[in-house]
Design a protein. Sequence first.
Length: 236
Amino acid sequence: MIEVEWWEYDDAAEMAEAVAGDIGFIIESALDARGQALIALPGGKSPVPIFEKLAAAKIKWKHVTIIPTDDRLVPVDSPMSNVGMIARQFLPKGARVLPITAEAAADYRAAGKAADARLADLQWPPDLVWLGVGEDGHAASIFPGPDLEEALEGPKTRRALGVMPDPMPADAPVPRVTLSRAAILSARTLTLAFSGDAKRAVVEQAIKDGPLSNTPIGRILAETEVPIDIHWCAEE
Ligand SMILES: O=C(O)[C@H](O)[C@@H](O)[C@H](O)[C@H](O)COP(=O)(O)O
C-alpha cells in the first residue's frame, strides 16, 4: 500500500514557498539530530524557484551536503548540468555540493560505477530524496531503456548507475547517471514536486497501478516504505 499525502497549491510561487519550508524543516531536523544533513535534489527546470526560496533560508549550510538525484554526462558549466544548477544556488551559501558525474567519462556505465564509488563515502542514508517527474513517468534518470531493470532491480547496495535513455528525452538527449531505486528508497524522507495536469494524471495512474505500473515512477513508489509527500500545482 503506497502511503501518499497530496499537497495542492494555487500557483507556483505558493508551492515554492511551501516546499522550501518543508525541506528547510527536514534539514534543520537532521542537523539537530545528527549535526549534518545529506539531501538529494532533482534536476530539470521546475525546481529552480523552490531552490531560490530554500537557498534564502537561514540554515547552517556548511553542515549540509547536497547531491543531485541524477545528472547528465555533460560538463558542469553546460546548461544541461544538474549539479551546475544546484551549485549556482547553494555553493554561495556554503553548502557542500558534490557532483556525481565526472566530465571526462567516456562511457556511461563507467561513469555510473564511479558515481557509485563516490557515494559510498557519504554518510548514508540521505535525509531527503526529492524527485521531479517527467510526463513519460521517469523520475531521477530512471528512464525506459536498456538500463531500466538494472536501475530498479539491481543490487540493493548499489547507490548509482549509468543509464542510456531510450528514447532519449528531447530536452536533454544525453546519457546520464542516476541514483538507483534502492538508493532513492533508502532515504529517510521522500518528496515529489511537480506541476501540470498531465504529470498529475501520470502519477495518479502510477499509484493506482502499484507494482504493475509500466512507468519508472510507479515502480519506485510501489516499493516505498515511508509515507510520501506529493506537492503539486496546476500552473507549469
Ligand atoms: O535530470 C533530469 O532530467 C531530472 O532530474 C528529471 O528527473 C526531472 O526531475 C524531470 O525530468 C522533471 O523535470 P522538470 O521538473 O523540469 O519538468
